[in-house]
Design a protein around this ligand. Structure first.
Ligand code: TYD
Ligand code: MG
Length: 461
């Protein structure tokens, strides 16, 4: 087959060049040209530039339009896998013709989860195909033995050529196909290496088109870069319907799967799993799994009640404030570093807690990533506790967003958070005034605060 023509396109401005160039001829940006298939030019097509009435006449037939009200909303057809935590993040199950991208660190459990999901779907009578580019069929079989599903009818294809994969999908006609991983797949039509931006984009585009045209659900496994972002072009996230991320510390057994984007369900919903000897098991009641067990309270630790997804989770925030030097370090794991810098400034200005000459380290226990601002108060309390070398009271929790003016803003669904904490035996809470419950919650003493200095005073003793 003759190679199709390729073009180099700037990811910034869209300018094209027939050759690769270091600097974009259009916008002058460096290293932004990527290889892509050139669209064959339609014969005799004019450039459509200025809008001239009637200029499209003769080029194409006008299509009938309908008012929105006249269109019937079709519900998407979805199949629950029966793995409750996975169904939860997917918004109820696998959607016909839906494309899911799932990312995460190596060894976190992507292949394990997907093999289990395929087996569950196959048991429901759906034909399934698992395409592996990273492991041999024998390795997949070994994993399946570990998972106790060695008798499974999941079809396996060890292949990395896109054209061969597409032909096989056409022949096998599965209801769902998993591509593990998209970075290993390559198309003959491009000269660049597998894993390059152009290859990943082109292959993902082909597979997305396949899903939309046939109704086959497609799951793409994506690698992440050292910074934790999905490797490959950002457009990958735009192309697909759902983006899931695996989070968690590979050293602990708990794993979170978070929906970053979902056209068929809620975003920021999370599924919680535990990695066991026999694969991933859903954790139905995960609220207390991210607490480390201190028999007595220690300085620099504050428990946060966060609402990641639809369920409250209790997460321990740890801080260490220690003598720095001329250029003290600020480091955070699981929390945004810019937000940390802001909180330190607010602490200094409004509560008189100065850490300017100290190193400040902050960590969310268990490898969870906290994205909601309601963590602010807990982070500030942990920092203050470490600086003063004084532990917070036993059974203490906090949540609330803090503004630049030192005000403490309410967090969504405060009552639910407080009830969960009380249920787990927590006894003291510092919360935003607007989140204070009208009726007392049994066993929980509540300090409702409006300003950050009030919060720091509560724990001064
Ligand atoms: P894997 O699914 O291969 O990760 P990824 O595809 O994201 O790279 O996960 C492999 C890890 O999980 C590996 O360290 C072994 C562990 N594991 C278990 O603990 N129990 C099991 O039953 C399986 C299959 C794997
Ligand atoms: Mg894998």
């Amino acid at each position: 087959m003759a190679k199709e023509k390729t073009l180099y396109t700037c990811t910034e401005c869209g300018a094209t060049s027939p050759r690769w160039l270091g600097k974009c001829p259009g916008c002058g940006a460096w290293n932004t040209l990527i290889e892509a298939l050139a669209e064959p030019a339609a014969a005799g097509r004019n450039r459509l530039s200025a809008a001239v009435p009637g200029q499209y006449a003769g080029l194409a037939q006008a299509q009938p339009v309908v008012p929105l009200a006249a269109i019937e909303a079709a519900d998407v057809a979805r199949t629950a896998t029966g793995m409750d935590e996975l169904d939860r993040v997917l918004g109820g199950g696998v959607v016909e013709g839906g494309v899911v991208l799932i990312g995460g660190d190596p060894g976190i459990g992507k292949s394990t989860l997907l093999l289990q999901a395929l087996d569950a779907l196959q048991r429901l009578g759906l034909p399934t195909l698992y395409v592996t580019g990273e492991e041999s069929g024998a390795q997949v079989a070994l994993r399946s033995r570990r998972l106790g599903i060695e008798g499974s009818q999941v079809q396996v294809l060890a292949e990395i050529g896109l054209e061969k994969i597409l032909a096989t999908v056409d022949a096998v006609q599965p209801a769902i196909v998993v591509i593990d991983s998209i970075q290993t797949v390559y198309s003959d039509q491009l000269t660049s290496a597998p894993g390059s931006v152009a290859q990943v984009r082109e292959c993902a585009a082909h597979l997305t088109r396949l899903a939309k045209a046939t109704g086959i659900a497609v799951v793409l496994v994506g690698h992440v870069t050292k910074e934790g972002a999905l490797a490959g072009p950002r457009v990958l996230e735009h192309m697909v319907d759902t983006v899931l991320y695996f989070e968690g510390d590979t050293h602990s057994s708990f794993r979170l799967v978070r929906a970053i984007k979902n056209r068929f369900g809620a975003v920021n919903e999370i599924g919680v799993f535990a990695m066991t000897e026999r694969g991933l098991r859903g954790v139905a009641n995960p609220s207390a799994i991210f607490l480390s067990q201190h028999s007595e309270p220690v300085p620099g630790s504050c428990v946060l009640v966060t609402l990641e997804g639809s369920r409250p989770l209790l997460v321990e925030i740890q801080a260490l404030v220690d003598g720095g030097g001329i250029s003290p370090r600020r480091l955070s794991v699981g929390l945004e570093r810019d937000r940390l810098a802001m909180l330190l400034a607010v602490l200094h200005r409004h509560a008189g807690v100065a850490c300017a000459d100290q190193d400040v380290f902050v960590n969310a226990v268990g490898g969870v990533r906290i994205s909601e601002p309601a963590a602010d108060l807990a982070v500030m309390l942990a920092i203050t506790s470490s600086l003063r070398a004084r532990a917070l009271p036993k059974g203490f929790i906090a949540f609330g967003e803090v503004g630049l003016a030192g005000e403490v803003r309410p967090a969504p669904r405060g009552q639910e958070r407080l009830k969960e904490a009380a249920k787990l035996g927590f006894m003291v809470a510092v919360v935003p005034k607007a989140n204070a419950p009208r009726k007392p919650i049994a066993g929980l003493a509540i300090h409702a605060v409006e300003r950050v200095e009030e919060a720091m005073d509560v724990v001064r003793g």
